[in-house]
Write a protein that binds this ligand. Structure first.
Ligand code: GLV
Ligand code: GLV
Length: 340
């Protein structure tokens, strides 16, 4: 008999096609991409389902799992991030979880490089000046920023995405790559096509990415990119103390999760010149209210969580999420499953 599934968003067509053609599920869909399913509606719709395909705007917590009831055996999220899932609760109930790493690595790395250059070379300010009459003449120090050549790039959380960013930045003549991580992860080397060398350094395509303490990372980085998952260990790790160690000429980039940053402390660091600029693809909350103080700062570039937003990648994420769901419902190994 068919498994019952709820899909919390009108996901890109490739995933829907897979579900429809599977002959395995009977699914209901929140048929909009413009607004998330209201919580009340979601709690109703999940009653008795076997599987749930969700996106990162849905909190999958005790309340939701209770509402779903004992049939629920698979959650498949169309995201690499999993901070919207109560992992402990899922584990205790024996519910399996699929997610979508790898397929979005290229898109996220490209966007991160774009955001980094946009922030460091002040492109948003520059286009604004050009079209609003600020372009009086060519000026010697007007709209100057910071260049990647000869710089030190710091990566907080060296996973697939962090490495993909480093690979793309290396041709800009970066002098040094450094990283820090919550724990050394030698097992990662194979996944990211790297060698794991002395002192926990990774060697990726000829260049060395050196492991340093967080203290050293903040002190030495000219560009610091957050590439870690949001967990209890990384929550608001970018706080007053963190920013106070960074160079006044440094650029902070976050394409991971807004929750790794204390935004009041970031505002303070940006408005007092403690750091030179910040590029954020993620905030707390999302959407960030248009009245938020960070929007008043010229040296802060804010994007609406679009790092994985290419047609190719979003369709690949949709397809992977659909396949994970179907495999999980058949009690087979998923293509990408979170180990709880
Ligand atoms: C996006 O932020 C994702 O987790 O896929
Ligand atoms: C982490 O989520 C990664 O793919 O780097």
């Amino acid at each position: 008999s068919l498994s019952r599934v709820y899909v919390t968003r009108q996901i890109p067509p490739e995933g829907l096609k897979i579900l429809k053609e599977s002959g395995q599920v009977q699914f209901e869909l929140w048929d909009s991409d413009d607004v998330p399913v209201p919580r009340k509606e979601l709690l109703q719709k999940v009653k008795g389902v076997d599987g749930l395909l969700c996106v990162l705007t849905e909190k999958i917590d005790k309340e939701l799992l209770d509402a779903a009831g004992p049939n629920l055996k698979v959650i498949s999220t169309m995201s690499v991030g999993f901070d919207h899932l109560s992992l402990e609760e899922l584990k205790n109930r024996g519910i399996r979880v699929g997610y979508t790493p790898e397929v979005l690595t290229d898109a996220v790395a490209e966007l991160t490089v774009a955001l980094l250059l946009t922030t460091s070379r002040r492109l948003i300010e520059a286009t604004h000046e050009a079209k609003t009459g600020g372009w009086g003449t060519w000026r010697t120090l007007w709209l100057c920023g910071y260049e990647l050549a000869n710089s030190t790039v710091g990566i907080f959380g060296l996973g697939r995405i962090g490495v993909a960013i480093a690979e793309r930045l290396a041709p800009f003549k970066v002098k040094k790559f450094i990283y820090t991580d919550v724990a050394p992860r030698p097992e990662l080397a194979k996944q990211i096509n790297a060698e794991y060398g002395e002192e926990n350094h990774f060697i990726v395509a000829q260049f060395v990415i050196r492991l340093l303490s967080m203290d050293e990372l903040t002190k030495r980085s000219d560009f610091l990119a957050m590439c870690c998952a949001l967990t209890p260990e990384t929550k608001e790790i970018c706080n007053k103390n963190f920013f106070s160690k960074m160079k006044k000429t440094s650029i902070f980039i976050n394409t991971s999760r807004g929750g790794v940053v204390n935004q009041d402390d970031l505002y303070e660091a940006l408005s007092t010149g403690q750091i030179a600029g910040a590029g954020l693809d993620v905030t707390v909350p999302e959407p960030l209210p248009t009245s938020h103080p960070l929007f008043t700062l010229k040296n802060c570039v804010i994007l609406p969580h679009i790092a994985s937003a290419s047609y190719t990648t979003r369709n690949a994420m949709s397809a992977l999420a659909a396949n994970n769901l179907l495999l999980g419902l058949r009690d087979e190994p998923m293509i990408k499953e979170l180990q709880l």
